[in-house]
Design a protein around this ligand. Structure first.
Ligand code: SF4
Length: 363
């Protein structure tokens, strides 16, 4: 298939659904890791198309949702300083910190700007040599090459007023952590196609072998998701646990070698806290000492910030697939996309926001 319409074709969807139905003999729990996949599943009601034996569990793959509250509060503290221009992708601006969000800082007079790329932030730094320009560098492996590239470029251009606030997280250690939990019910995974586009999928092979789970690298269109589920179900029924690449039109086993070189020029792997989950060993990137001059956490005095989550929010359970959003007592009441209590209600990739937009009336 070549065109986007083919990946949204209803006849193909029916054929695949039928194949899944005829392959299945017992219940299976399959987690889609990525929030983009969750969004597609709910937008196209794929969960309702599938046979009732399949329970789709929504994973922690929304970068906005898993960015720790401490980092958001640090962003707010930096953005509130005089002489700072704080830049970020749009979806981070509304994520609630302990008391404020970045848009409130802007409303109170802070210079907070939405950018579409870290290279835009770099341009702002060049145009404003008397200001400190900070870019909020969050996300999975997918966004890390461009963010690392901005640091390399700042270094090359001799820009001393540019830095990044870094909170990158990595998918394979999170899958490992979810599967090692004693109360996990996950039996198969749809891995995130865009992450594997950058990193490849070799890292998933030992995880599939260790936990005896099939992992299908999957894209984001409805037909991608159905093919991913079929790939998982066929393996589960045959008691196989291999890594299969459904997203072969984009993903190669070694990923994008050049992008990985850029990442590891600037970043090194570190333990990272995930919002709602806690610290996962070796699950994030930090800036190498070589580029410490571009590390906003070293430039600004933001150590020791105390945080407090809303007591109503059960985002941790949502992000680990233990509960569905409508099982939260605040869902659609105290917590809505207009007034989010937790990150999964903010981002379009967040499970709570996806349920609110596509499922609220049915639950
Ligand atoms: S509905 Fe709101 S309060 Fe409940 S878990 Fe989701 S983000 Fe948190």
């Amino acid at each position: 298939m070549k065109y986007i319409d083919e990946y949204r074709n209803s006849h193909s969807a029916k054929v695949l659904t039928q194949k899944i139905k005829s392959s299945i003999t017992k219940p299976w729990n399959i987690m889609e890791i990525c929030g983009g996949q969750t969004h597609t599943i709910l937008k196209y009601s794929i969960d309702e198309l599938l046979p009732s034996e399949i329970n789709l569990i929504h994973g922690p793959g929304c970068p906005v949702c898993v960015t720790p509250l401490e980092i958001i509060d640090k962003a707010i503290a930096i953005a509130s300083e005089k002489n700072v221009i704080f830049t970020s992708f749009g979806d981070m601006l509304r994520v609630p910190g302990s008391r404020l969000d970045l848009l409130s800082v802007k409303a109170n007079g802070g210079d907070v700007r939405m950018v579409y790329s870290p290279m835009d932030a770099l341009k702002i730094a060049e145009q404003n040599p008397n200001k400190k320009v900070v870019f909020f560098s969050v996300g999975f492996e997918t966004t890390s090459p461009a963010n690392a590239m901005s640091v390399i470029e700042a270094h090359k251009r001799g820009l001393e007023n540019y830095s990044i606030l870094c909170s990158h997280v990595l998918v394979p250690p999170a899958i490992d952590a979810l599967l090692s939990s004693s109360n996990t019910s996950i039996q198969g995974f749809l891995a995130a196609g865009h992450v594997c586009t950058v990193m490849g999928y070799k890292e998933y092979i030992p995880i599939a072998e260790k936990y005896k789970v099939p992992i299908v690298v999957t894209g984001f269109e409805p037909i991608d998701i159905l093919q991913g589920v079929l790939g998982c179900v066929v393996q589960l029924e045959d008691e196989k646990c291999e890594v299969v690449n459904q997203y072969s039109r984009v993903v190669r086993i070694d990923g994008n070698i050049e992008a990985k070189k850029v990442i590891f020029e600037v970043f090194e792997i570190t333990d990272r806290k995930w919002r709602g989950i806690g610290i996962i060993p070796q699950s994030g990137y930090k800036i190498k000492n070589k580029y410490a001059d571009y590390d906003a956490e070293k430039i600004f005095d933001v150590a020791g910030i105390e945080v407090s989550e809303s007591p109503l929010c059960i985002a941790g359970n949502i992000l680990q697939g233990v509960k569905k959003p409508f099982e939260c007592s605040a869902f659609g009441k105290e917590c809505t996309p207009e007034h989010p209590l937790g990150a999964p209600m903010v981002s379009t990739e967040g499970a709570c926001a996806a349920y609110f937009h596509y499922k609220k009336s049915t639950n």
